[in-house]
Design a protein around this ligand. Structure first.
Ligand code: ATR
Length: 289
């Protein structure tokens, strides 16, 4: 029951009705017996709209919010502080309200990495990874690999349909992570780099419901390679199905969704997230859509 004592968290997005986060977080609050509720807020794209929504986090005393498409980048200028990784990625997906001081974080990349380690038993240290895409999601994932303390991956290939975008991203990361070996290649020629790769990650929207699948020569990957896709609707994209057919280990998009949510939950509540409960709730909500 919601009372005057209930702490309110939520998500700002446009659209927001498709979000699985309310189901995931409310299930987690309830499992831990926390007097919290998570509400989807439709923050429409209109002049001044996002700024007012962020001010409302302070004035209404919301304890934290997630931020999703299309507000992740623009929200930065309205916050009091932005953590290092979110600054590097240039996007915030989680706001923590510390007594009126709003702190921006990005849990997407780390959430992806945590779920990859746990679900696919992947150990990033010294591994060669290939990232498909050079947009916001790719930035989060590449930076998480390069950041992860003490066990950084040092070989990353960024393959993008528009090769110039991959080059720009690689150049930017090279400046920040001088020891890392980062290469930008056109998506069309990425198969030439498959031979000794340990991980292939699709960070693009290709394969999403209603969109064409990525077609890649997965049989060129070594048998130890993991194929990961951040798309979770459908749960098994064409890429994941092709990887299964090629006998490779796979990691689906629900992992990143739950992983980022779990870290946000921990930032807000200070409690360990019930990850399996969150995953089940997200899966159930997805099936009901
Ligand atoms: P996001 O923030 O979700 O990553 P984005 O910044 O618009 O979104 O980036 C989308 C990424 O997916 C880009 O790398 C895009 O490639 P281009 O830079 O060439 O546009 C990639 N992408 C989208 N649809 C794709 C498709 N059908 N095949 C290959 N790459 C695709």
């Amino acid at each position: 029951m919601i009372t005057g004592k209930t702490k309110i968290a939520g998500i700002f997005g446009d659209p927001v009705e498709h979000s699985l986060s309310p189901a995931m977080h409310n299930a987690a609050f309830s499992a831990l017996g926390l007097d919290w509720a998570y509400v989807p807020f439709h923050v429409a794209v209109r002049p001044g709209g996002l700024k007012k929504a962020v001010e409302a986090v302070r004035s209404l005393g919301l304890t934290g919010v997630n931020v999703t498409i299309p507000h992740k980048e623009k929200v930065i200028k309205y916050l009091d502080e932005v953590e290092q990784e979110a600054r590097l990625v240039g996007a915030v997906n989680t706001i923590v309200n510390e007594n009126g001081r709003l702190i921006g974080c990005n849990t997407d990349g780390l959430g992806f990495l945590e779920s990859l380690k746990k679900e696919a038993r992947f150990k990033p240290k010294g591994k060669k990874i290939i990232v498909i895409g050079a947009g916001g999601a790719a930035r989060g994932i590449v930076s998480a690999f390069l950041f992860c303390d003490g066990e950084s991956t040092n070989s990353v290939i960024i393959a993008n349909r528009t090769a110039s975008r991959a080059k720009r991203l690689a150049a930017e990361f090279k400046k920040k992570f001088r020891r890392a070996d980062i290469l930008a290649v056109p998506l069309a020629g990425v198969g030439g780099y498959f031979k000794d790769a340990d991980l292939l990650v699709n960070t693009t929207s290709a394969g999403m419901l209603g969109k064409a699948d990525l077609k890649l020569p997965l049989r060129k990957l070594p048998g130890r390679a993991v194929v990961s896709d951040i798309v979770y609707n459908p749960l098994k994209t064409g890429l994941i199905k092709d990887a299964e057919k090629a006998g490779l280990k796979t990691h689906g998009g629900l992992g990143m969704l739950v992983g980022q949510g779990a870290i946000s939950f921990e930032l807000w509540t200070g409690r360990k997230a019930p990850v399996n409960i969150m995953r089940r709730a997200a899966l159930k909500a997805l099936k009901q859509k």
